[in-house]
Design a protein around this ligand. Structure first.
Ligand code: RET
Length: 251
């Protein structure tokens, strides 16, 4: 008989809690934009959009939208045991990938503008990032077999390395050339981002990948990561913006 892996009460409650957090953060970030002149609000604008998108995605997931079952047949062949086919239906919240397709480029844009990267490098980082998320969606949802799934996963990880490459090499060099406070702040915020982002493929590997983690535990892991990567990141950026004048970007 097939095995169903489905969201439970804890998962649903967690989705609602994050929806509320993202909505409040959006209001707070928008409010903070009023404290700076209108031509210096680019970071506030981008950062508020990030949490608004997350709030929309969490509203969808909490109300049962943006989720579908993925069916996979796992062939467990062991020596001395007749081939056994194990059927799994696991819920995949594809709303996350729609969210990430928009919000991870916006998070990168925040970092790139902070470093002072040029348009070509920003574009390359963002394109690699979109490839990372879309191939991750294929891994989660499109694949019909484990080798195919882990193939897409590998491709997605390579795209992630390209993103890191751009930020760590070009981003860091540009931030360094700005010197002092900007260099220090970019280093800290980029390191924070690197650690958090790297946790996503690890969670994915155990949850969507190996299916060893329940849907509720998956929801909770992503909830913590999303709040830190969007609200924590945004609050840190905008508060520093207020205290370190060199961060400010004039349009
Ligand atoms: C996937 C699975 C395939 C391999 C890789 C992934 C990377 C995902 C990342 C997501 C970051 C999301 C953030 C969300 C916003 O808060 C798609 C999980 C490499 C890095 C920061």
């Amino acid at each position: 008989s097939p095995e169903y892996q489905t969201v439970g009460e804890t998962g649903k409650r967690t989705l609602w809690v994050v929806f509320v957090i993202m909505t409040l953060a959006s209001a707070a970030f928008a409010g903070m934009s009023w404290t700076v002149p209108i031509n210096k609000r680019i970071f506030h604008f981008i950062t508020t959009l990030i949490t608004i998108f997350a709030a929309l995605s969490y509203f969808a997931m909490a109300t049962g939208h943006g989720v579908a079952y993925h069916h996979i047949v796992v062939n467990e062949s062991h020596p001395h045991v007749p081939d056994t086919e194990h059927e799994i239906y696991r819920q995949v919240f594809f709303a996350r990938y729609i969210d990430w397709t928009v919000t991870t480029p916006l998070l990168l844009l925040d970092l790139c503008l902070l470093a002072g990267l040029n348009g070509a490098h920003i574009l390359m980082a963002i394109i690699a990032d979109v490839i990372m998320i879309l191939t991750g969606l294929f891994a989660a949802f499109g694949a019909e077999s484990n080798p195919q799934k882990w193939g897409w996963y590998t491709i997605s990880c390579i795209a992630y390395l390209v993103v890191i490459w751009h930020l760590a090499l070009h981003g860091r060099a540009m931030a360094m050339s700005k010197g002092g406070n900007v260099a220090r702040f970019f280093g800290a915020l980029a390191a924070f981002t690197l650690i958090l982002w790297t946790a996503y493929p690890i969670v994915w590997g155990f949850a969507d990948g190996a299916r060893r983690v329940s849907i509720d535990a998956e929801i909770m892991c992503y909830a913590v990561l999303d709040v830190l990567a969007k609200v924590g990141f945004g609050a840190w950026l905008l508060i520093s913006h207020a205290t370190i004048p060199e961060i400010g970007l004039e349009l």
